[in-house]
Design a protein around this ligand. Structure first.
Ligand SMILES: Cc1cc2nc3c(=O)[nH]c(=O)nc-3n(C[C@H](O)[C@H](O)[C@H](O)COP(=O)(O)OP(=O)(O)OC[C@H]3O[C@@H](n4cnc5c(N)ncnc54)[C@H](O)[C@@H]3O)c2cc1C
Length: 571
């Protein structure tokens, strides 16, 4: 089935649920009026439906290959990328001073979701570049910005992010790549990086690698790491391309999915690079890129969930099997279990989308106002948006296979590709386990203030909805109270490992409750009757109760976990 961009959902969420109007009310984003965002969503939606979605299968069937040291991308990807670049979509949120559109991150988030739903493996390329643009804008010298930002924003050059090494995955601090000062303002970078997304391509003039490496006086661990810009071709002073740098793609990985995205092993041999940010301040600079990318990856999961849902829905409306218990088309969509699966898929995709957009609104408000509370909210919601968005992507695409029955296991329906492609989103950009640990450790270091403020909002909203939806409101309010108690439990643990043992169920429980909140808000905004209200009732009555089990698990602590010894696991 052809991909349909969920433009109406975005507009509804912008206008009625997450409050894009407060972003537009700031000086920084005053140009992003409703008319402008409507036109942008429509334009991006058209690009996704007509240009990008037809490429999704190409990437799967004809993966990127390495030929004589050169990466050859999947058929049509070059043209698809050109359409993204020429439309200005790479620099949609970037600084206008360097050619960007300067639109709110909330709008970018919606556009990125649609592009991910249409063709995930191609969309990963501009996503990486967007993160790099933001990192350079915040941390690079004016000279570097002047050379790189206009080219990255126009999409003539693309950007990558080089952290991972064989011994340094989640533990980035274990990296061994080295940098030495050339004494002329540049550095020599040597080392091997693995799993580098879009490490090379055959459609941008240059590929700009942001590489983490250690200077000779860099201490062990993350505090001794610096960040460098290491381009494939070294730009001349006038911005034209000069000689090739001493770096290469050694090989491309054979993967479970995402075949259209070349995942490279990169070798840097005294490659010339330039410092971004302060010496040994690499993690700080890279965090700008990683935070942007974490929300971006969460949104990749949601985009894939949307695509998988649309595929499954079309199949369920067409496939006839057995006598259905209710009068209708007689297709499998009328069987209770198939209807349950479709409703769950739709309700969770919506919940994850609302969380991601709320996180983006907080990012925009923090930027526009400099208010610490918005900053704390954005920081708190980022790991939830990443982990829940990608978990939903994985679960919804698995359910999509199930809805198709045996045909889901057959590649030509495309259902299996969603399940394979989206799987990595729960792994890269910090595994979902690491996201959950960040939530219960760093993000609760404020004594739970950011969490409490979100819970206060949920309860205030529930109170306001009580007369219209007494039953649904009570369930959301009580769930928020259980979440509050669990948050307090987390805060009173002296041993962090007690928190870590329950981190994943805590994050998931938080997302479940937030989902109830946004569904309830949507029902109220709809006026109490209609498809959003019926979906809200389904979510709150049947899916929200999961929070109780999740949060009980979150409060169980570490001791019982280690009662199961390694030997127990072996025998
Ligand atoms: C397709 C693909 C594209 C990628 N693109 C890029 C890229 O562009 N740039 C880049 O730099 N990297 C990239 N990566 C690497 C990716 O970010 C890492 O794979 C990821 O961070 C996990 O690291 P790891 O694979 O070494 O797993 P490990 O760190 O070995 O983790 C294995 C398991 O242990 C858990 N674990 C590890 N440490 C802890 C801990 N302290 N506490 C609790 N649990 C822990 C993890 O959650 C995981 O479940 C990519 C990976 C893939 C597969």
């Amino acid at each position: 089935m052809a991909y349909r961009a969920p433009v109406n959902d975005f507009q509804f969420l912008f206008d009625r649920v997450v409050g894009l109007n407060q972003v537009v009310a700031t000086d920084l984003f005053s140009e992003a009026s409703s008319d402008v965002t409507e036109a942008i969503l429509a334009e991006a939606g058209k690009l996704c439906e007509t240009v990008l979605a037809p490429l999704q299968r190409n990437g799967d069937l004809h993966p990127a290959v390495l030929e004589n040291g050169v990466v050859r991308t999947s058929p049509g990807f070059g043209e698809g990328y050109k359409a993204i670049a020429e439309g200005g979509w790479v620099g949609i949120a970037a600084n206008p001073k360097y050619g960007g559109m300067g639109l709110p991150h909330t709008v970018t988030t919606a556009v990125n979701e649609m592009m991910s739903g249409a063709c995930l493996s191609l969309q990963l390329n501009p996503l990486m570049t967007q993160g790099q643009i933001e990192a350079l804008d915040h941390h690079a010298s004016n000279e570097l910005k002047a050379v790189y930002l206009p080219k990255l924003i126009s999409g003539e050059w693309s950007g990558t992010m080089n952290l991972t090494e064989p011994q340094a995955g989640s533990d980035v601090g274990a990296l061994r790549s080295k940098a030495t000062d050339n004494g002329d303002g540049s550095f020599s970078i040597s080392g091997q990086k693995i799993f580098i997304s879009w490490g090379d391509n055959d459609f941008t003039e240059n590929v700009c690698h942001l590489v983490l490496a250690r200077l000779p006086d860099g201490v062990a661990g993350t505090k001794g790491i610096s960040l460098f810009m290491v381009p494939k071709y070294i730009p001349n002073g006038d911005g034209t391309l000069g000689k090739a740098n001493t770096l290469k793609v050694v090989s491309l990985e054979h993967k479970l999915g995402l075949h259209g995205s070349p995942t490279a092993v990169m070798q840097f041999d005294d490659a010339q690079g330039w410092l971004v940010g302060a010496p040994h301040g690499g993690m700080k600079a890279m965090f700008t890129m990683m935070n942007n990318a974490r929300l971006g990856v969460g949104v990749q999961g949601i985009g894939q969930a949307e695509g998988a849902y649309q595929h499954a829905l079309a199949y369920a409306m067409d496939r006839k099997q057995g006598k259905t218990p209710v009068q209708g088309s007689g297709a499998i969509i009328d069987h209770a279990d198939v209807r349950r699966m479709l409703a769950q898929m739709k309700a969770d995709t919506y919940a994850a989308r609302a969380i991601a957009l709320e996180c983006a609104v907080a990012i925009d408000m923090a930027r526009a106002t400099g208010d610490g509370e918005w900053n704390a909210r954005a920081a708190f919601l980022t790991p939830i948006a990443k982990a829940f968005g990608t978990d939903v992507g994985c679960e919804v695409s698995q359910m999509g296979v199930q809805v198709h029955g045996g045909m889901g296991f057959i590649e030509e329906t495309g259902a299996a590709q969603y399940a394979r492609d989206v799987r990595v989103t729960a792994i890269y950009e910090g595994t979902n386990g690491i996201q959950a640990m960040d939530l219960v450790a760093r993000k609760l270091m404020d004594g739970g203030e950011a969490a409490e403020r979100i819970l206060d909002d949920i309860e205030a909203n529930a109170e306001a909805a009580r007369s219209a939806f007494p039953k649904l409101t009570g369930k959301v309010w009580r769930a928020a109270e259980t979440l509050r108690e669990t948050t307090e439990w987390m805060l009173t643990r002296d041993d962090l490992n007690d928190r870590f043992a329950g981190a994943v169920p805590y994050l998931r429980g938080f997302a479940r409750v937030l989902g109830g909140h946004y569904h309830l808000k949507s029902a109220v905004a709809e006026g109490g009757e209609g498809p959003r209200t019926r979906l809200a009732a389904f979510y709150i009555e049947r899916m929200l109760p999961e929070h109780a089990a999740l949060l009980a698990h979150a409060r169980a602590g570490a001791a019982g976990l280690y009662d199961i010894t390694t030997d127990d696991l072996i025998t």
